[in-house]
Design a protein around this ligand. Structure first.
Ligand SMILES: [Zn+2]
Length: 305
């Protein structure tokens, strides 16, 4: 036991050193940007992942051309913050309102696709961070949609709302709950770690007579300091996400599924680039490696909260 712990500590030290060397090797990242992990030939650091996810302020608030992803799922977000519209004959579902200042931009994207924003009946979310769900109350105000959120994220959502207005929750979800509208069913999976109630959504869509499993992912990015709660959460989350059937993986940030490159490959009558089972596990591979390297750098043990 004692020797084992020592081994883990040594491994952690080694991991930290290797991470440090990685930083020296790429000076542009500057000091403190560690650990570095390499997945499928690409090296990632905490800062490179954050930059990839968020882009510039302009990227966060400028509409990306709204487009059909697969089946009845459409992208209506900005260049770096995802918002998904799932259309049905009985009204629509929106996943992630993003920043409150983006809500009108999302509304315009929905309109540009030929749908009515006021037909949104259900608002869902991936996780209680401002860049994903700050606009929830405004969407509720504009559409009257029912707001359904994972129980574990509610305290953070209630704390987030600008001003003192209560968070407009209509239904509290739990792991494995289903949300159904107009023949479409989405299943909520608790994939905690990035936030306590991080929610990954799964559904099946049909396109050209074939059924596809779609996974709309919550961020799997671990914090810079991993606590015992994070170890428990990610220990359950990574295997869970790996177990989900997947033909189309979509991220709460579009870089997660390489939207720019895939969107550029869209051609009328051509194959759908978003159907990409080979890349379903790429993000889990990156984030699990980063999580493990972060934990190793702590000596293999969770830090005190
Ligand atoms: Zn987040």
């Amino acid at each position: 036991m004692h020797a084992n712990l020592r081994g883990m500590r040594f491994g952690g030290l080694l991991g930290a050193l290797v991470g440090g060397l990685g930083v020296i090797g790429t000076l542009a990242q500057g000091p403190g940007d560690s650990p570095a992990v390499t997945v499928r030939g690409q090296t990632y650091t905490p800062r490179s992942i954050l930059t990839r996810n968020m882009g510039t302020e302009e990227d966060q608030t400028t509409a990306f051309p709204p487009h059909k992803v697969v089946g009845n799922i459409y992208y209506v977000g900005t260049r770096t913050l995802s918002s998904y519209l799932i259309t049905t004959p009985e009204g629509h579902i929106l996943i992630d309102s993003t920043y409150e200042r983006n809500v009108r931009t999302i509304e315009q994207s929905v309109t540009d696709l030929g749908f009515a924003f006021s037909d949104i009946r259900i608002l869902l979310g991936t996780h209680a961070h401002r860049d994903h769900q700050e606009g929830d109350a405004l969407v509720k105000e504009l559409t009257g949609a029912e707001v359904m959120m994972m129980a574990e994220d509610l305290p953070a959502l209630q704390a987030m709302r600008p001003g003192d207005e209560p968070y407009p929750i209509d239904r509290v979800l739990h792991d494995g709950d289903s949300v159904t509208l107009g023949g479409t069913t989405l299943v909520a999976h608790l994939t905690a770690g990035h936030t306590r109630g991080c929610t990954t959504w799964t559904t099946t869509v049909e396109e050209d007579g074939t059924a596809y499993d779609v996974v709309i992912n919550c961020s799997l990015r671990a914090p810079g300091v991993v606590t015992a709660a994070h170890v428990a959460e990610f220990g359950r989350t990574f295997p869970l996400v790996r177990s989900l059937p997947c033909d189309v993986a979509l991220g709460d940030h579009p870089a997660y599924h390489n939207m720019l490159a895939k969107h550029a490959r869209l051609q009328p009558g051509g194959p759908n680039p978003f159907i990409d089972p080979d890349n379903c596990m790429l993000e889990v591979d990156i984030q699990e490696a980063m999580y493990q390297a972060t934990l190793d750098a702590q000596g293999g043990e969770p830090a005190e909260p």
